[in-house]
Ligand binder design. Sequence first.
Ligand SMILES: O=C(C1CCS(=O)(=O)CC1)N1CC[C@](c2ccc(OCc3ccccc3)cc2)(S(=O)(=O)c2ccc(F)cc2)C1
Length: 277
Amino acid sequence: AYLDCSQGRPQTTTLLLLTFIAACCPIEEVCASIVRSHRETSQYRVEELQALRWKLFSREEIHAYQSKSMDEMWQHCALRLTDAVQYVVEFAKRIPGFRQLCQNDQIVLLKNGSMEVVLVRMTRAFNTENSTVFFDGKFAGTELFKALACSDLIAAVFDFAHSLCALRLTEQQVALFSALVLINSDRPCLEERGRVERVKKEVELALSHTLHRDNQEGLMNKLYQKVAILKSLCSLHIEKLRWFRQLYPLTVHSLFPPLYKELFASDTDLPLLGIHH
Ligand SMILES: O=C(C1CCS(=O)(=O)CC1)N1CC[C@](c2ccc(OCc3ccccc3)cc2)(S(=O)(=O)c2ccc(F)cc2)C1
């Protein structure tokens, strides 16, 4: 009788019961709060990106990017990545349990996971029909990034985007997978690994709960396989950055965003992440 909505409008008792159930199984709460945090910190909404997916750069605009000097284009992408990372930092701070971790561990998780989450989010901004990604307001193919002189990294980034798009994740699954990528208790130099493990278990439960509800349990191990590819992509990025830095030390030192340098280019502390209790 409680669930009777024959009048088309849920009865007060039903609402009370549903509220009671939601309050009792925190897993629904964890899911809802991670999905809400993702939506609030997603930089561009997936609807906006979908609406822009056929807005392509003209030949002249592509040529202008290709004519940039290598250090200019690297600086430009570093800036774009840093913008995106700042939204990921906000997302992390809203994951239940993240802010209760010690400061060192919050920084270790962001240092190792922020780029990975940007790459997961990138798939929302990727058009598999013409292999273009949203960049600077329009959709660009790999050729636009030629001036970077790291076509292997760019090709790997695009290949990853294709492979993750193939899983056709819902926005909720993207949100929960992003949280799982970030809360990784295997990261080096964690001080309270056990606590990170407990937060990770919560997120894993939330993701598997959602996959079960979506009748897609098979996705879980496919997503774990993607985690391995993300790790190799980020190592390739760091390797390329070291190579670039040898060629243009001054550019990295004085023209790259401080947050980018501290996340990807040095082992110093990260006061810029602005995580203060
Ligand atoms: O996708 C996003 C955004 C995610 C959030 S959103 O709301 O969906 C809007 C889009 N990105 C934000 C930053 C982006 C980024 C991705 C990888 C990356 O690799 C490291 C690197 C650093 C310096 C030089 C070369 C490579 C740097 C930036 S990007 O600039 O668009 C870019 C993309 C492809 C590429 F091949 C090179 C750069 C991806």
